[in-house]
Design a protein around this ligand. Structure first.
Ligand code: ZN
Length: 396
């Protein structure tokens, strides 16, 4: 490639016409003629050897080829870059879209979760309300059941108290042989039932403690399972109490039958003092108050002012009422069960033979008739006709 310094002045001319010279060496040159555009200028020629020319030509061609190649390569790269840019833009757009979508999704999710949470809270509150209501109903039922159990236990307790009172009353009369026998029999027959009752009572005690624990649990937790358990425990307790009550009623009936049978014997039994006064002489051997030596005193002497009321010491039928020698005015009462009482030295007699008198009824008045040193009652108790110490009969 040739570069001209002044394109106005010179024109380029390259010919392949070999320079015609006569020398052999000259034939191996190309001549480059530089002809000026005006007439006065000098024509210049440049000789270029063949080899140089071809080399230059080749260089020009190769350079051109390389340039073209580079150009195409650059063009290619440019296109690729354009494509890449476009693709990048698309990706960016897609990314933005995606971001927007994601943002939307996120907002939706947050909204959904808020809704869900509030729904859950509502559900939970409703559930809690239902649970509370259910618990209240259960507790109410349990209270009713507990009340029922307590009522039953109260009844059992009343029965037991009553039974104990009757037994105590009977025990007070245990000196009456028939009562003593009956008490022994009752003790034997009721013992078994009482053992069962004691078992039930202990069972009930354990259950009551468990129930208290359960109720405490209920008031803090309110679980259906424990309420069910408590309910069953109550039913169990009720069944137990009812069974105990049955036993108690049986015992009571048995006892009442016995009392019915024993009552006449108890009311007839001489248990009180015939007169309010001072004991002046006891039962047994004593110095003879009327002379020397000793005698057997078959009763007790109770001194009291003349005319003081003498009462029957137990219920019975009058078998003697009248004068009886040393006894003076005497009343004899038959109490049944081979027991008789005698009241002597009375100033007056107020009953007749065959008359039924009850305990505490006035039968005569204090006097000093018969073999007597002063106003007093000579009181005797006879069992099957034999005098025994009356003091053992007094309950007060
Ligand atoms: Zn006497």
């Amino acid at each position: 490639m040739l570069k001209m310094q002044n394109p106005k002045d010179i024109r380029r001319l390259v010919t392949r016409t070999p320079v015609r010279t006569n020398s052999h060496a000259q034939k191996k040159y190309f001549s480059l003629m530089l002809v000026p555009s005006y007439s006065s200028g000098r024509t210049r020629s440049i000789r270029i050897p063949y080899l140089t020319f071809y080399v230059l030509f080749a260089v020009i061609l190769i350079t051109g080829g390389v340039m073209a190649g580079l150009h195409f390569r650059a063009e290619n790269l440019r296109q690729t870059a354009e494509h890449a840019e476009l693709a990048l833009e698309e990706i960016q757009e897609a990314f933005i879209d995606l971001q927007e979508t994601a943002e939307e999704e996120r907002r939706q999710l947050i909204e959904d979760s808020i809704n869900l949470r509030s729904t859950l809270a509502q559900e939970r509150m409703r559930g809690e309300d239902e649970q509370l209501q259910q618990r209240a109903t259960y507790l109410e039922t349990l209270e009713i059941l507990q009340f029922h159990v307590e009522e039953l236990e109260e009844q059992i307790w009343q029965f037991e108290t009553r039974r104990q009172q009757i037994l105590d009353a009977l025990s007070l009369n245990s000196h009456i042989p028939i009562v003593r026998t009956a008490l022994n029999e009752l003790h034997q027959s009721q013992l078994h039932s009482l053992v069962t009752l004691e078992d039930l009572r202990q069972y009930s005690q354990v259950q009551r403690e468990r129930r208290t624990t359960t109720l405490v649990l209920l008031s803090t937790a309110g679980l259906t399972e424990s309420t069910d358990a408590a309910t069953y425990q109550f039913f169990d307790l009720i069944a137990t109490a009812e069974f105990a009550l049955e036993i108690m009623a049986e015992l009571d009936e048995q006892l009442m039958t016995e009392v019915e049978r024993l009552l006449p014997h108890i009311s007839n039994h001489p248990t009180i003092r015939p007169v309010n006064g001072r004991f002046t002489s006891g039962f047994g051997w004593r110095r003879n108050p009327f002379g020397s030596g000793s005698e057997f005193h078959s009763g007790v002497d109770i001194a009291a002012p003349r005319g003081t009321a003498i009462v029957a010491t137990g219920g019975g039928r009058v078998t003697f009422a009248g004068w009886n020698g040393a006894y003076g005015n005497q009343v004899v009462i038959n109490h049944g069960n081979g027991i008789q009482t005698s009241y002597a030295h009375a100033s007056s007699i107020l009953v007749r033979v065959g008359q039924y008198v009850s305990r505490g009824e006035v039968i005569a008045r204090v006097g000093s008739t018969g073999r007597s040193t002063g106003p007093h009652v000579h009181y005797e108790v006879l069992i099957n006709g034999r005098a025994v110490n009356p003091v053992t009969f007094f309950l007060d």
